[in-house]
Design a protein around this ligand. Structure first.
Ligand SMILES: NC(=O)C1=CN([C@@H]2O[C@H](COP(=O)(O)OP(=O)(O)OC[C@H]3O[C@@H](n4cnc5c(N)ncnc54)[C@H](OP(=O)(O)O)[C@@H]3O)[C@@H](O)[C@H]2O)C=CC1
Ligand SMILES: CC(=O)N[C@@H](CCC(=O)OP(=O)(O)O)C(=O)O
Length: 347
């Protein structure tokens, strides 16, 4: 890399992940934010929408149409699924690398996507070139990718919880149950009846039971690690907090197991992975809030002969924006941790 800065655009920056991307990229030593877009707020200073940026990032919001007029190194798409695919198709030959935070290119094919998202896919060719951007598993592929499918928030925490055991083919088929909870920012910036204050305040509820679209994302990734089909029972819940995901994963393993062996498997798998922290007690969402960490706590229950893995991430960061920056670092041969070393915010 020369000393020149990477020119980046954030598309969809009026939303939550777009603003978190701006916060990280503003402090990234090798990045210059060239453009920030929003279709609903063209011309307004970015800091009018997100006042935390007042006096720090006041540039006017552009329309996404302006993106093709600039010479860019990276385009981050912080758009809803179903919207991103058209922009990827439009900008695939622009010379910029694209990091898509949506679910549009995370799955294996157009057919699987259309089944689980109940939506037509307009750019199926993208599935062939897209690389699943989970750095702990796919760093080598990410380095040479032009299109990154940034993982979903629940899948990030779920896959990292069980990857060491799937990679060793130790999981008993049909035995995996993943119980997950997310803060409200996971649902995006537009409020609806489900996310209305009165419906979430002092409330706690499951949703997406037996059919949430993240189920297939988790199954495809864990299955490919083991080289066989994976079946996962995944149930998300909405927590009355702003941010954070807590996953509790249960599974039965093949053969004998004990706590020391389990800890050793996880320690070896994550030994060179600076952003997975193996904990010796159950992590809470506040232990990772505002950071790029995924905290993981694997436990062997000798009585039930089950593995229980608890993991925590910040859905907006390791589950979205900081993961996207981590991918960018790998794609441009920058130090892996550049711009990502924030200590979690607690309390
Ligand atoms: N929130 C989270 O924790 C996570 C989110 N993701 C994914 O990241 C993506 C962004 O999420 P998030 O930031 O929460 O979403 P938000 O709903 O907060 O923001 C979405 C943005 O997309 C823009 N947008 C919406 N429709 C269109 C359109 N038709 N054309 C152009 N722009 C449009 C909106 O901007 P405007 O209306 O101003 O144009 C808005 O800025 C989504 O795909 C989401 O699934 C992934 C992991 C975690
Ligand atoms: C709390 C909440 O509503 N979370 C969202 C998932 C977060 C997300 O944005 O995931 P994708 O990128 O895969 O769309 C949901 O369950 O739909």
């Amino acid at each position: 890399m020369s000393n020149t800065k990477l020119k980046v655009a954030i598309v969809g920056a009026s939303g939550f992940t777009g603003s978190e991307l701006a916060r990280l990229l503003l402090n990234h030593p090798t990045v210059e934010i060239s453009m920030i877009t929003s279709e609903s707020h063209v011309g307004k200073p970015f800091s009018d929408l997100h006042p935390q940026f007042f006096d720090r990032l006041d540039i006017p919001l552009a329309s996404a149409e302006e993106v093709s007029k600039q010479s860019l190194d990276v385009i981050f798409l912080a758009l809803p699924h179903g919207v991103s695919m058209d922009f990827v198709s439009k900008w695939k030959d622009s010379g910029a690398k694209i990091i898509d935070l949506s679910g549009d290119f995370r799955l294996s094919s157009k057919e699987v996507y259309e089944e689980w998202y109940q939506k037509k896919h307009t750019y199926p060719e993208g599935f062939e070139s897209a690389v699943y951007g989970l750095p702990e598993l796919f760093a080598e592929k990410i380095k040479s990718a032009k299109l990154i499918a940034n993982p979903g928030c629940y899948p990030t925490a779920s896959i990292l919880s069980l990857a060491p055991l799937f990679a060793k083919k130790l999981i008993q088929e049909d035995s995996v149950v993943i119980d997950a909870k997310s803060g409200l920012t996971g649902a995006g910036i537009k409020a609806n009846a489900t996310t209305h204050f009165s419906n979430v305040n002092e409330n706690f509820k499951a949703y997406g039971i037996a059919g949430h679209r993240h189920t297939i994302e988790i199954e495809e990734q864990l299955g490919s690690l083991a080289g066989s089909e994976a079946i996962v029972q995944f149930t998300p819940h909405l927590l009355p907090v702003d941010r954070g995901i807590l996953v509790t994963a249960y599974a039965k393993v093949k053969g004998a197991m004990d706590q020391d062996s389990l800890t050793k498997i996880y320690r070896e798998f994550y030994q060179d992975k600076p952003f997975v922290r193996l904990r010796n007690q159950a992590p809470g969402i506040k232990d990772v809030r505002g950071s790029h960490y995924c905290d993981v706590f694997p436990v062997w229950d000798q009585r039930t002969k089950r593995v229980i893995v608890i993991s925590a991430i910040d859905n907006l960061l390791k589950g979205a924006a900081s993961q996207a920056v981590h991918n960018m670092n790998l794609m441009f041969d920058l130090p892996e941790s550049e711009g990502l070393t924030q200590i979690p915010l607690k309390p």
